[in-house]
Ligand binder design. Structure first.
Ligand code: PGA
Length: 263
């Protein structure tokens, strides 16, 4: 798997969670675009910004023509209908989104989203023309009980079983250990690498040989400008899903630059 890095494009996605008004989000996007435009090497790393639904319109305008992608943080699997408070994938596409984050740990553990719902959303996102970023990861108690691999295998299997190989290859997985999210406790590069290898091996097993090596696997959980380069030095880490550190343009830019600098 070590030789696979050059074949997979690097990607850093910012998950803004429930932060920023539309005006604040557009200002952040404009500031980031200016920093990125000043360094041509930065185009070596794909970037997505995933604001709350309410900011998609203004952030889309701010990102227009910049090459920085827009993403959403969630979607409903249905196409339309009486689902008060929900948003369909086609609406995200019409708002300029290319990516959608699915099964984030806050949705799984705070909103009670199940493996089954994540699987439905994955298929819906692909149907609607979005690139899904499927989040998986273990709780602290599960890591301490040596169940990290078991959890990843269960979550990947539930999401991907039955997908065809070419479709699966077009998706992105984010490994985000729940104990590292928003805590300042980052996984070691070895812990992240090992988990990413479990993701890839499971994709090979559940979908087909070669799928694991083709899918971009991002690490998420307290990534910041100080630790990004060490994490991204691992061949199996194709980039990051960044929360807190994506809320400030200069810091987020440094993380993207670290991914772009990876040979
Ligand atoms: P964090 O969040 O970078 O603030 O830990 C990552 C995430 O939840 O995607």
């Amino acid at each position: 798997m070590t030789a696979a890095w050059p074949r997979r494009p690097r990607l850093v996605a910012g998950n803004w969670k429930m932060h920023k008004t539309p005006a604040e989000g557009a200002a952040l996007a404009r500031e980031f675009v200016a920093l990125r435009a000043a360094d041509p090497a930065a185009t070596k790393c794909e970037v997505a910004m995933c604001p709350p639904f309410t900011s998609l319109g203004l952030v889309a305008e701010a990102l227009k023509g910049s090459g920085v992608h827009l993403g959403a943080q969630n979607m409903n699997a249905e196409t339309h209908g009486a689902f008060t408070g929900e948003v369909a994938g086609t609406m995200l596409v019409a708002s300029g989104c290319r990516f959608v984050i699915l099964g984030h740990s806050e949705r799984r553990h705070v909103m009670g989203e199940t493996d089954e719902q994540v699987a439905k959303k994955l298929r819906a996102a692909l149907r609607d023309g979005l690139t899904p970023i499927v989040c998986v990861g273990e709780l602290l108690a599960e890591r301490e009980a040596d169940k990290t691999a078991e959890v990843i295998v269960r979550q990947i299997t539930a999401a991907y079983a039955g997908l065809d190989a070419d479709t699966a290859k077009s998706t992105v997985v984010a490994y985000e250990p729940v104990w590292a999210i928003g805590t300042g406790k980052v996984a070691t590069p070895e812990q992240a690498r090992d988990a990413h290898r479990v993701v890839r091996a499971t994709l090979d097993q559940v979908v087909g040989a070669g799928v694991g090596a083709a899918v971009q696997v991002l690490y998420g959980g307290s990534v910041n400008a100080g630790n990004a380069a060490t994490l991204f030095a691992e061949d199996d880490i194709d980039g990051g899903l960044v929360g807190g550190a994506a809320l400030e343009a200069a810091g987020f830019w440094k993380i993207v630059a670290a991914a772009a600098a990876r040979p």
